[in-house]
Design a protein around this ligand. Structure first.
Ligand code: PRP
Length: 211
């Protein structure tokens, strides 16, 4: 018998695009397309149950098995290092993790570098690799404002179009890593629902190759 696969989708634009891909890959769910405040939707016929969660929470749902698979940005995987399988690069939600700062910024060698970020682990790993002493300033959003107000020297953040940086007179100083959306799976689910999950991976992969 076909087992239902629970799929955590990231709320927002990336989630909607991903659902669009799943739909054409053979996993439509008409109720998810109705405008309402519901968070869980299922289509028994094709064996999927979707739920919308906060993008940064997708990996937690999958790691703990509340979802069998999920769609998550590589940034979240690098930051939280969840114990999940990364099955497929969806090639969407493309951006990069970068160090940014004021134009013509010069690293104050000798002094500790103050780095504002939502991604402390990515920042620490990056600067440890360069043997550079840093002071992490943990923020939750609008990171670009930190160097402008003198709260930090630089930021480590996601850059997509570069508009936010440009409009705040900042620029990319170094690219850390390219980012895109990934299909991830719970390690136990991947064994127990191998057939179903692999079918999703394959159909999605075919759609990704077409686009
Ligand atoms: C993200 C990121 C940058 C911006 C980059 O912020 O933290 O601020 O998008 O995009 P751009 O290069 O296309 O301008 P988000 O919109 O998630 O909001 P936040 O400031 O609350 O983190």
């Amino acid at each position: 018998m076909k087992k239902m696969v629970n799929i955590a989708l990231p709320k927002g634009r990336l989630g909607e695009k991903t659902y669009g891909l799943l739909k054409i890959a053979g996993y439509p769910c008409p109720s998810i397309e109705e405008t309402n405040r519901k968070l869980i939707f299922e289509n028994e016929e094709v064996g999927v149950r979707y739920f919308w969660v906060k993008p940064s929470d997708v990996a937690i749902y999958v790691e703990r098995g509340a979802a069998d698979v999920g769609i998550v940005g590589k940034d979240i995987l690098l930051e939280y290092d969840p114990d999940v399988y990364e099955l497929l690069d969806l090639g969407m939600g493309k951006c990069r993790m970068a160090v940014a700062g004021p134009k013509n910024f010069r690293d104050p060698a000798g002094a500790t570098l103050r780095v504002a970020t939502k991604f402390p682990n990515i920042a620490k790993t990056f600067y440890t690799g360069k043997c550079r002493d840093i002071d992490i300033i943990n923020l939750n959003g609008s990171i670009e404002i930190a160097p402008i107000l003198g709260l930090s020297d630089v930021i480590v953040d996601i850059v997509e179009t570069g508009t936010t940086l440009r409009e705040n007179n900042l620029e990319v100083l170094e690219t850390i890593v390219p980012i895109s959306a990934r299909l991830i799976a719970n390690t136990a689910s991947y064994k127990f629902k191998f057939e179903e999950i692999n079918a999703i991976r394959q159909s999605l992969g075919e759609q990704v190759n077409k686009s």
